[in-house]
Design a binder for this molecule. Structure first.
Ligand SMILES: [Zn+2]
Length: 394
């Protein structure tokens, strides 16, 4: 199912000016293309088509680098297609024997929107996912514009449009594959442990690893960052190195997001209730409990940076999981993780000696031996179900 989501934009003064310029240049382009079609037909009897005009775009952009050249090629194509659509509708009506009005020039105030036909092409939804409290949309030539996202979106963002209504600016997302409602109940519950080697380990014993390509990009990013540190301030090489690091950060972010979406989807499809550790508490206790000090052997733990890149995925993952759980009608419970990695899931004995290595758990009281993350995930699940029972009884 396809659905549109509209949110208010909160541009800075500078961004609002850029948005106005963007809209104005697209309007000018629309009118110029209309003029082109009209004169070609009037003077030479030639019908100009969309493909002809689209092919000319690159010259228009090259000749006007500070004007038309600032904006996305794709949004300009979308504007030309919009004109094409107006012409088609016109000719359809002529064919049907009616006398329609010829497509008209758009005056100021009669052209209020610009569309970017594909997320990632001259625009990006949620362009700063790491930001703790705000959502941004990046628009070519305008920058990262703050979005007042008053509710979660669902599905996959396909097209992004910006429209002006009076003094206000809005972003409209057209989303594909929007789920049609709550998912059917599965009768299954799960606790999840968040880790470095495995992003997620479930109480049922499933491990979802951080993808290999993410670790590889993290390695390259660490190298690029070291390279940057060696460059002289203000030098051309440093400029390039900065750009390289920024591009790598973008890549890591996209890979992580993609992986987080896939993992969250699997969990939401599989379980009615999902219990996870409360990250606000986890982040404070992790280093003390030794997880960060003694990372697993599977992790390419070559530098603190590299590891932090993998770690940083937790918050993003939980945010995505929360959105998906809400739209699917699933229950998500956050619990205090204290003791979950040291307590035996079979007998309840709690001791730091139970944790043999990062990956191995062996209870010193009852001898129960298992994967440490699975043991933790089971404890997390229990704590969540206990909270739930307490809430129901109250
Ligand atoms: Zn035990």
């Amino acid at each position: 199912m396809r659905r549109a989501f509209t949110f208010l934009l909160r541009p800075t003064v500078k961004q609002a000016a850029a948005l106005a310029a963007c809209l104005e240049d697209h309007r000018t382009l629309y009118n110029a293309a209309l003029e082109h079609r009209r004169t070609a037909y009037a003077k030479a009897g030639v019908s100009v088509r969309y493909a002809d005009q689209s092919a000319e775009l690159k010259y228009i952009r090259a000749d006007d680098a500070g004007g038309q050249g600032r904006w996305s090629f794709s949004s300009q194509q979308a504007t030309l297609r919009r004109l094409d659509k107006a012409f088609r509708a016109f000719f359809d009506r002529v064919k049907a024997g009616r006398t329609p009005g010829f497509p008209r020039f758009k005056g100021r105030g009669r052209f209020d929107s610009v569309e970017w036909p594909r997320d990632g092409d001259g625009c990006r939804w949620d362009s700063q996912p790491e930001h703790p409290s705000a959502t941004f949309v990046r628009l070519q030539g305008v920058g990262h514009v703050r979005v007042h996202q008053h509710r979660p979106i669902r599905g996959r963002v396909k097209t992004i449009s910006v429209k002006r209504e009076g003094m206000r600016w809005y972003v409209v997302l057209s989303c594909d594959d929007v789920p049609t409602g709550p998912l059917p109940a599965t009768g299954a519950v799960a606790g999840i442990d968040l880790g470095v080697a495995s992003l997620v380990t479930t109480s049922g014993g499933a491990h979802v690893a951080n993808p290999r390509h993410l670790a590889a990009t993290a390695d390259r990013l660490a190298a690029a960052q070291r390279d940057l540190a060696r460059k002289k301030r203000g030098s051309k090489r440093r400029h390039k190195a900065v750009a390289r690091v920024a591009a790598m950060h973008g890549k890591v972010r996209r890979q992580r997001l993609d992986h987080a979406h896939k993992t969250a989807l699997v969990l939401v499809r599989g379980y009615d209730v999902i219990v996870h550790e409360d990250l606000r508490i986890t982040n404070m206790t992790r280093s003390a409990s030794g997880t960060i000090d003694a990372p697993g052997r599977n992790v390419a733990a070559k530098s603190g940076l590299n590891r932090s890149i993998l770690d940083a995925g937790w918050g993003v993952f939980l945010t995505i999981l929360a959105h998906k759980a809400e739209s699917a009608g699933r229950e998500l419970i956050a619990v205090n993780p204290a003791g979950t990695s040291r307590t035996c899931a079979r007998c309840g004995h709690c001791a730091k000696e139970n944790r043999v290595t990062q990956a191995a758990f062996a209870c010193t009281a009852c001898g129960h031996a298992t994967h440490a993350d699975v043991n933790a995930a089971i404890n997390i699940l229990r704590a969540g179900l206990a909270l739930r029972r307490a809430a129901e009884a109250a």
